[in-house]
Design a protein around this ligand. Structure first.
Ligand code: ACM
Length: 511
C-alpha cells in the first residue's frame, strides 16, 4: 500500500462516450492490503472496483438496514462519498449486503469483489457488520486517476471469521469519567478493528459512575469527584442504555463492572454503613489501591448489592456481570471468599453469569463463570482447575495504560513498559499455564489514573489495541510481528483521517 499506482486505462474518449467503463488497473492486489485483523483467506484477482458517489449500498432484509446506513455514514465521513442506500438488489456499481452464508461462527463473512459489484455475505448480521469494517479498510486512500472522485477497492474474495469469540477492550470510567460522546468515539474505533466486547469499569474508590435509583447518593455523592480533584460525573440509566444500544448497532456487547468488595470507597462515602467500620470515609482523589472494603458480614450490604445488580441487570442485555474482586487487600481471605460466593449467587439470581478478576479463583464461583487473568498465573491455573473459563488480560502485555517507555507522557509502569512490539509478539495460547480449552478470549484493559480525555486515552490505546484485536482474531500460531508491523504502518491514514492521537512509535515506519 506504500506507493499506490492507480492507473486508469480509461481514455478520454471512452469517458466522453461514457457507456461501458474499462476496468481500473491498480499496482497492488487484495493480498497486499493493510487489513487489521488479517483475514483468514484472501484470493486476489488483480483488478479493482471503482467506489464513487454513483455506487449504491443495497441490503437484503430489514435487519441489515442499520448496517447499510452505518457503512454509508462511514464512507461519507471518511471520503466524502454520498452513497445511496436501497433495499432493491443492484447488479452493477453496488455493494450488496446479505445474511447468506452458513457457518456456526456467526461472525463469519465472505466478500466477493469484482470490477462491477461487491457482495458481502455474513453468517448473521454480526458477520455482515464485521465484513463492513473490512470494506471500509479496503478503500484506497488515493483517488483513481482520470475518474471523477473514485476510489479503488482491489478485486478478489475474502473469507474470514475470528478464532476467539471474546475480543474485548475495557475502559476505566471511574478513576476519570469519560462522557457518553467520548465513549462512543472509542467504541467506533474499536468496531473498525472488529473488537466485539466493551467492558466498562463503572465503580472504584475514586468514583461511582452509574445511576442506581434506589441508592441515589452513589452518584450525587460518590460520582462527584475523580483522580486529581476534577468534578467526576456519571451515566444516568438512560445514558447507559443509549451506550448499550449504540454499541449493539456495531455488534459490540457492553459488560458492566461493579468492583467489590475492595475498590469501594466511593460507595462507602455515599452510604457509610457499607464499610461496617463505623467511620465515614472521605471522597478520594488519589491513586493508591487496596484500602477500602465492604463489610462482608452485613446483610444490609447484600441487600444493597442485590439492588445494584438488579438495576444494572435490567438495563444491560449482556449475559455477563463483572463483580470485580481484585486487590481486596483490606478484606480477610476467608471473608473475601464468603463475599464472592454470596455475590455470585446474587448475580445468578438476576440471570447473569459471573466475570471477576483472577482473584475470584479462590472462591467457589459456580461455572459458567470467567476469571479475568491480569496478574497471577497461579490464579489463572486455579480458575481453570475449578472449571472456570479464563479471559486473558495479562498486564505485562496488554494493559493499555502501561507506558510505552520511560518517555511516555501518560500511563504507569508497575507491570512493565509495553512497547508496541511487546503487545503483539507473544502467544496468548501458551502465556498462562492453562489448557487451551479454558481460554475464554482476550481483553485489553485501559485504566484511567493518568488519562482524562480523548487525546490521552487514544495515546495509550493506539496502536496497541490493534495488537489485541488481531491476536484474538487470527488462528493460533499464525501471527507474525513483521507482517503485522507492515500493515500497521498504513493505519496512519485512518488515524489521521479520524484525528486519533496515536503514539507514533519510532519503531514503526508510518506511512
Ligand atoms: C487490576 O488491575 N487491579 C485488575
Amino acid at each position: 500500500m506504500k506507493t499506490l499506482y492507480l492507473l486508469s486505462l480509461v481514455s478520454i474518449l471512452s469517458l466522453m462516450s461514457c457507456k461501458q467503463e474499462q476496468p481500473i488497473e491498480i499496482g497492488y492486489s487484495l493480498a497486499d492490503t493493510a487489513l487489521i485483523p488479517k483475514p483468514l483467506e484472501i484470493n486476489p484477482t488483480h483488478k479493482a472496483f471503482g467506489l464513487n458517489s454513483e455506487t449504491t449500498i443495497s441490503y437484503k432484509g430489514a435487519d441489515l438496514k442499520t448496517q447499510a446506513e452505518l457503512l454509508q455514514g462511514a464512507l461519507k465521513d471518511a471520503f466524502g462519498l454520498n452513497l445511496m442506500v436501497t433495499d432493491q438488489k443492484d447488479s452493477s456499481n453496488s455493494i450488496n449486503l446479505a445474511v447468506e452464508i452458513e457457518d456456526t461462527n456467526l461472525e463469519a463473512y465472505r466478500i466477493d469483489i469484482n470490477p462491477s459489484l461487491i457482495e458481502l455475505k455474513g453468517a448473521s448480521v454480526a458477520g455482515v457488520s464485521r465484513g463492513i469494517q473490512t470494506i471500509r479498510q479496503l478503500v484506497s486512500v488515493e483517488l483513481v486517476l482520470g475518474r471523477e472522485n473514485t476510489r479503488a477497492i482491489p478485486t478478489g474474495t475474502i473469507s474470514d471469521k475470528p478464532a476467539m469469540e471474546y475480543r474485548g477492550a475495557m475502559l476505566d470510567v471511574a478513576r476519570h469519567f469519560f462522557s457518553v460522546d467520548e465513549v462512543k468515539r472509542y467504541i467506533d474505533q474499536l468496531a473498525y478493528y472488529k473488537i466485539n466486547k466493551f467492558h466498562m469499569h463503572l465503580t472504584d474508590d475514586q468514583g461511582w459512575r452509574i445511576e442506581i435509583k434506589s441508592w441515589p447518593k452513589l452518584t450525587t455523592v460518590g460520582g462527584s469527584t475523580e483522580v486529581g480533584g476534577e468534578s467526576g460525573g456519571f451515566y444516568t440509566q438512560e445514558e447507559f442504555k443509549d451506550l448499550v444500544a449504540y454499541a449493539a448497532d456495531r455488534h459490540i456487547e457492553i459488560i458492566p463492572e461493579v468492583d467489590m468488595p475492595g475498590h469501594t470507597n466511593a460507595a462507602s462515602v455515599s452510604y457509610p454503613q457499607l464499610n461496617g467500620n463505623g467511620k465515614t470515609p472521605e471522597l478520594y482523589e488519589g491513586m493508591e489501591v487496596g484500602f477500602s472494603t465492604f463489610d462482608t458480614h452485613s446483610e444490609k450490604v447484600y441487600q444493597f448489592i442485590d439492588d445494584v445488580v438488579g438495576e444494572i441487570a435490567a438495563i444491560s442485555p449482556s449475559p455477563y456481570f463483572h463483580l470485580g474482586g481484585d486487590e481486596s487487600h483490606s478484606t480477610k481471605k476467608e471473608d473475601f471468599i464468603y463475599f464472592i460466593n454470596r455475590v455470585s449467587k446474587i448475580v445468578s439470581k438476576h440471570d447473569k453469569k459471573v466475570i471477576g478478576w483472577d482473584e475470584i479463583a479462590h472462591a467457589d464461583v459456580p461455572s459458567p463463570a470467567v476469571a479475568q487473568y491480569w496478574a497471577s498465573n497461579e490464579n489463572a491455573s486455579l480458575a481453570a482447575e475449578k472449571g472456570l473459563k479464563v479471559l486473558l488480560s495479562p498486564a505485562k502485555k496488554i494493559y493499555l495504560d502501561m507506558q510505552y517507555d520511560t518517555q511516555s507522557p501518560y500511563g504507569l509502569h508497575w507491570a512493565a513498559y509495553v512497547p508496541v512490539k511487546d503487545a503483539y509478539d507473544w502467544d496468548p495460547y501458551s502465556y498462562a499455564s492453562i489448557d487451551e480449552s479454558a481460554i475464554f478470549g482476550m481483553e485489553a484493559p485501559l485504566w484511567s489514573e493518568t488519562i482524562f480525555d480523548t487525546q490521552s486515552l487514544e495515546y495509550l490505546a493506539f496502536p496497541r489495541v490493534l495488537a489485541v484485536a488481531e491476536l484474538a482474531w487470527m488462528p493460533k500460531g499464525t501471527t507474525l510481528w513483521d507482517d503485522f508491523k507492515k500493515r500497521l504502518e498504513a493505519q496512519s491514514h485512518y488515524f489521521k483521517r479520524e484525528g486519533i492521537n496515536y503514539y507514533a512509535s519510532p519503531d514503526i515506519n508510518w506511512e
